[in-house]
Design a protein around this ligand. Structure first.
Ligand SMILES: *[C@@H]1O[C@H](CO)[C@@H](O)[C@H](O)[C@H]1NC(C)=O
Ligand SMILES: *[C@@H]1O[C@H](CO)[C@@H](O)[C@H](O)[C@H]1NC(C)=O
Ligand SMILES: *[C@@H]1O[C@H](CO)[C@@H](O)[C@H](O)[C@H]1NC(C)=O
Length: 182
């Protein structure tokens, strides 16, 4: 009897299936980012697509719930990196006392954000979307509070603008997804 898939067609079939998955995943990402950026004018569609497509495992997601989990993990990774970065800046001890005190406030905000996101991920997985919403919102607020601190003194340039904006954007994406599911 002829085998259903020859040794030649099997790899081809697997390639086909994996390509199909990638197309599906990318469609989901584009659709989701379109909805998110339409609802929230502060959210960049391109940032959304680029960050979700670059995330580990995002090429094999096939539903919104899975994508939401990935988005929360992305924030956590971002926030953890930014916290370490601020710690390094604080160690420099060359900046003026105003900047030092802003950085110190940001360090506290980002330090709190790490466990908050672990909790958000737990709540999200357990479909406690209201709790996840509150937790992710607090991280979004932390990024703007950190950035606003530097603006209180004229002439001061925040060294964290890009990082705060990344955290803001990622949190807005996750919030949008949580609200779509809720
Ligand atoms: C967009 O950003 C501005 C400035 O930070 C803020 O005042 C406004 O509330 C934001 N809009 C939304 C929908 O989040
Ligand atoms: C934060 O996330 C964005 C989007 O995924 C990425 O481009 C950026 O490099 C990340 N930043 C840090 C500090 O991890
Ligand atoms: C935040 O990042 C987005 C996406 O990269 C960008 O479009 C937007 O202009 C940035 N906003 C600020 C205030 O830097």
């Amino acid at each position: 009897m002829r085998p259903l898939f020859s040794s030649y067609s099997l790899p081809l079939l697997l390639l086909f299936i994996s390509t199909f998955h990638t197309i599906n995943a990318n469609n989901l990402i584009h659709e989701t980012c379109k909805k998110c950026s339409q609802k929230d004018p502060n959210l960049s569609y391109n940032f959304c697509v680029n960050s979700l497509q670059a995330a580990p495992k995002s090429q094999s997601v096939d539903d919104l719930r899975e994508l939401g989990k990935i988005s929360i993990k992305l924030i956590k990774q971002n926030v953890t990196n930014t916290r370490s970065h601020i710690k390094k800046l604080l160690g420099n001890k060359n900046s003026d006392s105003f900047i030092e005190s802003c950085l110190s406030d940001c360090f506290d905000l980002y330090s709190d954000a790490v466990p908050t996101l672990s909790q958000a991920l737990k709540d999200y997985k357990a479909k406690r979307y209201d709790d996840a919403n509150i937790e992710v919102s607090s991280v979004l607020d932390a990024s703007t509070t950190c950035e606003d601190g530097f603006e209180e003194k004229k002439g001061v340039v925040s060294p964290l603008t890009k990082r705060n904006n990344d955290t803001f954007q990622l949190s807005a994406i996750a919030l949008s997804i949580v609200n779509m599911l809720n």
